[in-house]
Design a protein around this ligand. Structure first.
Ligand code: PHE
Length: 339
């Protein structure tokens, strides 16, 4: 009766050419949209005799359903194919060996600082940290480095204002601890210090580990005993210390401490410049004036103090000949310290 063969034929041949989602949406527009052929077929109802209108409507609906089913089939075919291509493209070969991740390590200065702290922690020291920006009082005056005293020139200071400076040593930590705590005191003050000085063995910024012990009957022997223990742990079981007289305003007597050369065992080599000894730190018996400056009765108590350059110990331990090496962030250099 009614005939849509041409439309169906056209639809089938268009359908056959559909190979992707774009074609599919073009096909939809061509047949199913408001301007589409199937809607056009429906508009044909105007020309149909009244009594046939119902049958015509049914006929158009059948054509539409038939076309929709074909369309849906094609749609799911296209979607499946797209998914398949995606899966194929995105496959990963889980058997390919991965790029090995490089594992980092601690900076040698950090490692050595921890080692040093560990040795002293074993002797019962606690840690205290002070500010890097200090005032004249803590950095100099109360450490008995008086204004206009020539010993101020021993350290080239970075002044920030008339009163404030970048601490030139960790010794102001001694004052800060003694202001807060009463003896017995046994502390370490690790930290960065600053001096206007720069060459192979000096850098404007470096690190120190300060030690302070205040108690009854503390003597220079206690200092040597502790430092002997320290060098045995840091360098070698047979390492020994030697104290030489020196001068610091905040210790009296003051000493410069040498360690027996751990490379040649004291015979003399390039590391110890033929002397058999290597200078490692400064220290002494805490000057009574410093104790009194902090309200500690120097007739009852005495103390010992020492300051160790962490870079110096690191350079000696690893045979590093230029201090700058430790601040360059040169990966090739740093890699050597992987455990
Ligand atoms: N503060 C001194 C320095 O930086 C070292 C030191 C510390 C000496 C403690 C004696 C006692 O050179």
């Amino acid at each position: 009766m009614f005939n849509a063969d041409d439309l169906k034929k056209g639809f089938l041949s268009d359908l056959e050419n559909v190979i992707n989602e774009n074609n599919l949406s073009d096909l939809w527009k061509k047949y199913f949209s408001k301007q589409g052929s199937i809607q056009g077929l429906m508009s044909g109802i105007r020309n149909v005799a009244k009594e046939d209108k119902k049958a015509y409507g049914q006929f158009v609906n059948d054509v539409k359903t038939w076309a929709q089913n074909k369309y849906e089939e094609k749609k799911s075919e296209i979607e499946k194919a797209a998914l398949k291509t995606r899966y194929e493209n995105e496959t990963i070969d889980v058997t390919v060996p991965s790029n090995a991740q490089e594992v980092g390590c601690l900076h040698p200065l950090t490692t050595v600082k921890y080692e040093m702290i560990n040795v002293f922690a074993g002797m019962g020291f606690e840690i205290f940290e002070g500010p890097e920006i200090e005032d004249d009082d803590h950095n100099f005056t109360r450490l008995n480095v008086l204004k206009d005293h020539p010993s101020r020139d021993m350290q080239d200071t970075f002044w920030l204002t008339d009163e404030l400076l970048l601490r030139t040593h960790t010794s102001p930590g001694q004052i800060r601890v003694m202001d807060k705590e009463k003896p017995p005191i046994k502390v370490l003050v690790p930290g960065k210090v600053f001096r206007s000085d720069s060459d192979a063995t000096h850098s404007p910024m470096f690190s120190q580990l300060e030690g302070l012990v205040v108690d009854k009957h503390i003597t220079l022997c206690d200092l040597q005993g502790m430092l002997d223990e320290f060098v045995r742990n840091m360098f070698s079981d047979s390492a020994k210390t030697r104290l030489r007289p020196s001068y610091f305003p905040f210790t009296e007597p003051s000493v410069e401490v040498d360690v027996s050369c751990f490379r040649c065992g004291g015979k003399g080599c390039s590391l110890c410049k033929g002397t058999g000894w290597i200078e490692v730190l400064g220290g002494g018996v805490v000057n009574k004036k410093v104790l009194e400056n902090c309200g500690i009765d120097s007739t009852q108590y005495s103390g010992l103090a020492f300051g160790i350059g962490i870079e110096r110990i690191t350079m000696l331990k690893y045979g590093i000949n230029h201090m700058g090496k430790m601040f360059e962030n040169d990966i090739e250099f740093l890699k050597q310290f992987k455990a």
